[in-house]
Design a protein around this ligand. Structure first.
Ligand SMILES: C[S@@+](CC[C@H](N)C(=O)[O-])C[C@H]1O[C@@H](n2cnc3c(N)ncnc32)[C@H](O)[C@@H]1O
Length: 249
């Protein structure tokens, strides 16, 4: 069975949950996956370093086996952008197996460039408790076993603020069921957003589900939440980020 054919079984919402009116999420991704043509260094990072860090398909059934050393917990970040948050979390939690996912090539290069010096893309040692997933994170969520993750991060996702694009948002009634399936009971899902439309959307979607316990968002970045590039942009522009923690029931 290929990763894409892997189980799509997710918990059905309980009857008490009030549905949110939105179309099913499209299978394809709408954000940019390629930017400017890659420089030679970036191409080497993708060709030589990325394969050494990519989460192996053979580890999907038991993701702990995807790391060089057995991890104490497994955490997943969706859409790491330039990788600042992933690398900071990985550095401060060296026992955790960290899966960082991103589809934008320049973002992947940005994280990889901080790991290996120029000219040593195929030889410099790479971390054994950090793995990258360079496809749509929803494919990974479908492939992972039930209750296999201890924590998940979604930092400043693409907001898709137009109502007709709501189905593209990562926080979506269908996608949160994928997230819920792979999280262990008591596991936390951190979500941050600076976009007022997305903030209201997260509140609406999470109020209509009963898979996670919710709490009002923090308005100041809590301790243990490393900053991200998009957050810095938002603060410079005077926008107010919200920081939520959802806990899997
Ligand atoms: C607005 S950026 C935020 C980047 C970073 N988290 C930050 O705060 O600086 C959102 C990122 O999520 C990535 N992304 C969107 N949907 C994704 C998906 N389904 N799987 C993996 N990455 C995704 C995009 O490529 C983009 O780089």
């Amino acid at each position: 069975m290929t990763v894409r054919q892997a189980s799509q079984a997710v918990p059905a919402p309980r009857e008490s949950a009030q549905p949110v009116a939105v179309k099913a999420p499209p299978d394809r991704l709408y954000g940019r996956q390629r930017g400017h043509p890659l420089r030679p260094r970036q191409q080497r990072l993708l060709d030589l370093t990325l394969p050494r860090l990519r989460l192996a398909e053979s580890a999907l059934a038991d993701p702990a086996r995807g790391f060089g050393r057995a991890p104490s917990e497994i955490w997943l970040e969706v859409g790491f952008g330039g990788g600042e948050h992933s690398l900071a979390q990985h550095a401060s939690h060296p026992d955790v197996g960290y899966i960082a996912s991103e589809v934008f090539e320049n973002g992947l290069c940005s994280l990889l460039s901080r790991l290996v010096p120029d000219g040593q893309e195929d030889t410099a040692p790479v971390p054994d408790r950090l793995r990258l997933w360079d496809e749509d994170a929803r494919i990974l969520l479908r492939a992972l076993p039930d209750r296999s993750l201890d924590r998940m991060f979604l930092m400043f996702p693409d907001p898709w603020p137009k109502a007709r694009h709501a189905k593209r948002r990562f926080v979506h009634p269908e996608t949160i069921r994928l997230v819920a399936r792979v999280l262990k009971p008591g596991a936390t899902w951190r979500v941050a957003s600076d976009d007022p439309t997305y903030q209201a959307w997260v509140e609406e979607v999470m109020a209509a589900q009963d898979l996670f316990d919710t709490a009002p968002p923090a308005k100041i970045r809590p301790e243990g939440w490393p900053p991200t590039r998009y957050e810095a942009k938002a603060l410079r522009a005077g926008r107010q980020p919200f920081y939520w923690v959802f806990t899997r029931r």
